[in-house]
Structure formats: C-alpha cells, structure tokens
Write a protein that binds this ligand. Structure first.
Ligand code: NAD
Length: 495
C-alpha cells in the first residue's frame, strides 16, 4: 500500500557545512528544492556563492596542511565509522530525502539509492586501515651502490567533488568515502536539484563525528558555475566529477590551467548484446526493466538493445510487454520501479529525443508521451523504439529517460561493431547459451564493465568507470581508492 504520509515527514538540511560549522550562505539567499513527482516545494537550501566556495576551499586547504588527517589512518577510520553510525541512525530520514528530492522509487532506496551507500561507507572506513600504503621494492644496484627503494601512497590533497542528481546519496558517498579514507580533505558540491542528499551528510559530520573542521565541506548552490570556482582554484589538487560528458569536457579543460588531477565518471549509451542462442526473455529484461528503473536516469543502463535479425520481432515484442508491465508513477508506492524525471527541463529534453526518433524514421512501439494519468510531476511513459538505425541520434546520444532503442544485427562481428559504435564506453551486457561465446564477445566490447549472461558487477570492491568519452579513472575497488592518492618513491643507500 502506498504510504503517502511519509512524503510530508521529509526534513532536509538547509545549511552548508563550511570549516566545521553549519552555516547560511554569505549572501543569505536560498533556493527552492522541488519534489519532481508533485512539483511541490519541499523546502529551501542555502544558496552557496563563489564567496562561500572560496571560504570552503581555504578551510579544506588549511585542514589538509595543518592537521594530522592525511597521515593518521587509524583516526580517519574511526571518524568514518562514526559517520557510518550517524548515517545508520538517520537512515529513514535519508530515505525520505532521496525519494522526495530525486523522485527515486522507494524500492530503490533499499538498494543502490540509500542502503548501498550506507554499506559502502563502512567499507571505506575499513579500507582506510586495511590498505597497505607502502611497498618495498627489492634492493637494486645503481651507479655501483646498492639502494633500498620504497613506494608510498599518500593523500592527493584538497579534493573538489561535484555530483549529479540521479543517485545523489550513492554518488556523494562514492566520492567522499574513498577521498576521506585516503586522507584527503573534501569540498562537496552537489547538483542543485538534490541538495539535501549532501547537506544532510554535512549535518551528520558536524554533529556526530570527530572529523576535524575543514576536512569535509558541503557547498550547495543553485548556480552550476559555482563548481567552476573549484575546478579553477590552484588550492584544489583534484576534481572528482560525475555528470554529463559535456560538463566533463569543460571541467577537464578548466582543470588543465592548474594541471589538476581530474577524475571523471561521465555518460553512457551501453549495449545489451543478445546473441541468437540466448534465452530472450531473461536477456531482454536487463534493458527493458533497466530503462524504466528510476525513469532511465542511470548512466550504466543498457539503453541500446541489440537483437539478432533472425529473432528481432520476437525480441521487440518481449521488450514491449516487459516494459508495459513495469509499475510507474508515485515514487512512494513500493510497487513502482519508475518515478518521474528530475525536472521539467529534463522531461522536455527526453520528449525532444522522442520527437527526433520519430522524425528520423524509427518505429515507436510503446509509449512516447506524458502519461495522461499523471498530469502533475515530470513523468514520461516507458518508451520503446524499434527499427532504429545504429547511427541515428537516438541510438548515439544519451537520452537519460525511459527510452529503449532496439537495433538489429547480422552476426557476432556486426553486434560488436554496433556496440562499440558510439563515443561512449561505460558498460554493456552479453547473453548467449554458451558462456564461452558470450565471453568472447564481452572481451571485445570497449566498455569498463560488462555483464555476462546476467552477471552483476555492481559492488564497492568492483572498479567502475568508462572507456573513451565515458570517463577517466575508476570509482570503487582498490583501483578507485588509489585514484585519490599520489605515489611517492623514496630511495635509501643500502647499509
Ligand atoms: P551535469 O553534468 O549537468 O551536472 C553534474 C554536476 O556538475 C552538477 O553538480 C552541476 O551543478 C555541476 N556542473 C555543471 N556545470 C559545471 C561546470 N561548468 N563546472 C563545474 N561543475 C558544473 O549532469 P547531470 O545532468 O546533473 O547528471 C546527468 C549526467 O550524469 C548524465 O550524463 C549521466 O550519464 C551522468 N552520470 C554518470 C555516472 C557515471 O558514473 N559515469 C553516474 C551518474 C550519472
């Protein structure tokens, strides 16, 4: 049964966290947080300006340079345990925030949207202590003398973390967890659409942990360009960013001025390759259900369904019936997997792609409109296009909505060519009755994660990231932890 009362119990956090203090923005201004499912005002958030960002960067710099945070892994681990305990205590509050401000289906909060980041933070707290920061190399003779050599990993410095709105709590923790565990100090700038998934974490850190002032700062803002203060400031050593490829390019270009380390998790247009001997129903569901989940607002969803020409119509019909069976509407209804898009602007963008698909000659099989039953909120029907040309706009560009495109292929080589035929390379899937055959195709995909016969790669110990224009670097896993560290080589004469 739908619990509609919970929506009204959402309590956000309107203050920023700067230098250990929960504060109003310097200007005193605030901005609206709107529920995308109802278009109603949830509340206000303090509107950070470039001036607030400057103060936060100075605090983070000071905390890195003048406290023992970067060198005391045991203390860091204990502080992150406190942070984890605070999150656990307020988990229902966080759940309400994510449903209300991101429009996330409640069901997803019991996995990736809320419970997963809670578990991940504990994993990062443990990583701070269990990671081996130093490694001795064998002695070596150089210029007639033997030397002992040590390779040490140490924190990078001040990290600017910039996050999007689709999985706000998950992505905030995916950056803040490893960055803090590795000994960095952090300034987090969340997306304007989902500020409380960050500011509430700021409150927990300020009130319930011993994390020293300045180590963790949260500057929410209605203005995307406040993020450019972070990307241009010479006191910031590294930017960790998740968002669109367009913004990623801009961040990389701006970061170049101070030769910043730039870590980018960007867009995707991943392919689900269904080989001709596969069990179609299970192979297709990854895309058909995936593209509806959270209204398709996920970077790693397999939004291109690649079907063998010999079984194409059968595959399209199965995809349509599967998508038609997915519950959508009120995100508080536990049976719904699809809620609204984040904003009116995003909905216009998705509807624009649907019009482009029709104009380019693709066959609209399902959906394509704003549902008549949901006049309020930013909803779009689950939408399926068939007979899609692999080079067309809707097959090439990331739509970030509940829109699946079905493309026919001739043989395995053709499937690989189409799968690799976009500028992206984030994820993918291959299904076959033969694991060997599926694996052969999977190895040829130019993508950072690939599901083979329905395998699930998503976990804190699995590195995740993109080839080509889907990003630079890896999030999660030991590889993800090491992104936040510098490498120092030390050499000593052997006795
Ligand atoms: P976006 O790029 O518009 O914004 C992301 C963040 O960047 C926001 O906090 C925004 O305020 C900030 N920003 C915008 N312009 C900036 C600038 N010039 N300088 C500094 N910061 C700036 O992305 P979005 O629309 O919020 O999110 C959707 C995108 O995120 C999709 O493309 C999706 O694929 C991508 N995404 C990628 C991953 C991944 O791990 N690869 C995960 C989730 C989402």
């Amino acid at each position: 049964m739908t619990d509609r009362t919970a929506r009204h119990e959402v309590i956000g956090e309107h203050r920023l966290l700067v230098d250990g203090n929960l504060v109003e923005s310097v200007s005193g201004r605030s901005f609206a947080n709107v529920d995308p499912a109802t278009e109603e005002l949830l509340g206000e958030t303090s509107d950070g300006s470039p001036e607030d960002m400057e103060i936060a960067i100075a605090a983070a710099r000071r905390a890195f340079d003048e406290t023992g945070w970067s060198t005391d892994a045991t203390f860091r681990s204990r502080c992150l345990e406190q942070f984890h305990a605070a999150m656990a205590e307020h988990i229902e509050q966080l759940r309400s925030i994510v449903v209300a401000e991101a429009g996330s289906p409640l069901a997803m909060t019991y996995a990736v949207q809320v419970d997963q980041p809670l578990a991940d933070l504990e994993w990062w707290a443990g990583m701070a202590e269990r990671y081996g920061y130093e490694r001795w190399l064998p002695e070596r003779e150089v210029f007639g003398q033997r030397h002992r050599r040590l390779v040490a990993r140490e924190a990078t410095g001040v990290v600017g973390a910039i996050t999007p709105w689709n999985y706000p709590l998950y992505l905030n923790i995916a950056k803040v967890g490893p960055a803090l565990a590795a000994g960095n100090t952090v300034v987090l700038k969340p997306a304007p659409d989902t500020p409380w998934s960050a500011t509430f974490l700021g409150r927990l850190v300020a009130e319930e942990t011993d994390i020293p002032p300045g180590v963790f700062n949260v500057v929410a803002s209605s203005d995307h360009l406040v993020g450019e203060v972070l990307t241009g400031d010479p006191r910031v050593d590294m930017i960790t960013f998740t968002g669109s490829t367009a913004t990623g390019r801009r961040i990389m270009a701006r970061g170049a001025q101070t030769v910043k380390k730039v870590f980018l998790e960007l867009g995707g247009k991943s392919a689900n390759v269904v080989l001709d001997d596969a069990d179609l129903a299970s192979a297709i569901s990854m895309s058909a259900i995936g593209v509806c989940t959270h209204a398709g607002q996920g970077c790693a969803i397999t939004t291109r369904l690649l079907l063998p020409r010999s079984r194409y119509e059968e595959g399209v019909e199965l995809a349509a019936s599967t998508m038609a069976s997915v519950g959508y509407g009120d995100p508080w209804d536990p049976s719904n997997l699809q809620g609204p898009l984040i904003s009116a602007r995003q909905r216009e963008r998705v509807l624009g792609y649907i019009e482009t698909g029709k104009a380019e000659g693709a066959r609209l099989v399902l959906g394509g409109s704003v549902p008549a039953s949901l006049p309020r909120g930013y909803f779009v029907e689950p939408t399926l296009f068939a007979d899609v040309d692999a080079g067309s706009t809707i097959a090439q560009e990331e739509i970030f909505g509940p829109v699946l495109v079905a493309i026919a292929f001739d043989d395995d080589d053709d499937a690989v060519r189409i799968a690799n035929g976009t500028v992206y390379g984030l994820s993918g899937a291959v299904t076959s009755a033969s694991e060997d055959r599926a694996l052969r195709v999977a190895r040829r995909l130019r993508a950072g994660t690939v599901s083979v016969n329905g395998g699930m790669w998503f976990a804190p110990d699995v590195p995740f990231g993109g080839y080509r224009q889907s990003g630079v670097g890896r999030e999660n896993g030991v590889e993800g932890f090491e992104e936040y560290m510098q490498v120092k080589a030390l050499a000593f004469p052997a006795g």
